[in-house]
Design a binder for this molecule. Structure first.
Ligand code: GAR
Length: 205
């Protein structure tokens, strides 16, 4: 049986990539990171992948100025590495329609709020936590959801809550949410890997 393979797409820090990588190395994890893609050639996530012997690709409007070509390059990269699940973790771009079609139901994103609150276009990173504080929410958290053609609109797979404290700043709230992201995302990927392994077993029997 082959180990289920994951591609992780990042734009910047890649702390969720690191958490996923650590989880993938634990005994019984059941998945491996086969590819890291970034739209940002200088992202530390891409450097992390290279340092850890993971295939790493810079794919962006710079490498592929025509959107259809970028979409095709993405699909091809995933197919070459036999990717079964695409995880976007702090990835600031939309995926193209052909990639989304190929991977229907197999692209997941992590978002730093309790969706459907504080999602959608422009809601990225600190902007999300600023909106949570401005709304006076007493609870925030992280969500993993299916990716569709619209930002943050796909069905939620799992959420984890954290309290919002009276003296929270954007930074303190972001750090509390990020800590639960680092548990939540690997948990969702492990569940996918277990389901995939079971269905491979059924196909063989
Ligand atoms: C994470 O908090 C993730 O939830 C958020 O960007 C950060 C990336 O951090 N994503 C979004 O806001 C998506 N709308 P990382 O690069 O350290 O994993």
């Amino acid at each position: 049986m082959t180990t289920p393979k994951v591609a992780v797409l990042v734009s910047h820090a890649g702390s969720n990539l690191r958490a996923l990588h650590a989880a993938s190395r634990r005994p019984g994890a059941g998945f491996e990171i086969a590819l890291v893609v970034s739209n940002n050639s200088t992202s530390s996530g891409l450097a992390f992948a290279r340092d850890h012997g993971i295939a790493a690709r810079h794919l962006s409007g710079r490498t592929h100025p025509v959107p259809e070509d970028l979409d095709e390059a993405m699909r091809t990269a995933f197919a070459e590495r036999e990717v079964g699940l695409v995880v976007t973790a702090g990835f600031l771009r939309k995926l193209g329609p052909r990639t989304l079609q190929d991977f229907a139901g197999r692209v997941v994103n992590i978002h730093p709020s309790l969706l459907p609150r504080h999602g959608g276009h422009g809601m990225f990173g600190d902007a999300v936590h600023r909106a949570v504080l401005a709304a006076g929410d007493q609870v925030s958290g992280a969500s993993v959801h299916h990716v569709t053609a619209e930002y943050d609109e796909g069905a939620v797979i799992a959420r984890r809550e954290v309290p919002v404290l009276a003296d929270d700043t954007v930074d303190s709230l972001a750090a509390r949410v990020l800590a639960v992201e680092h548990d939540l995302l690997p948990a969702v990927v492990r569940q996918w890997a277990a389901r995939t392994a079971r269905s491979q077993g059924h196909e063989r029997s």
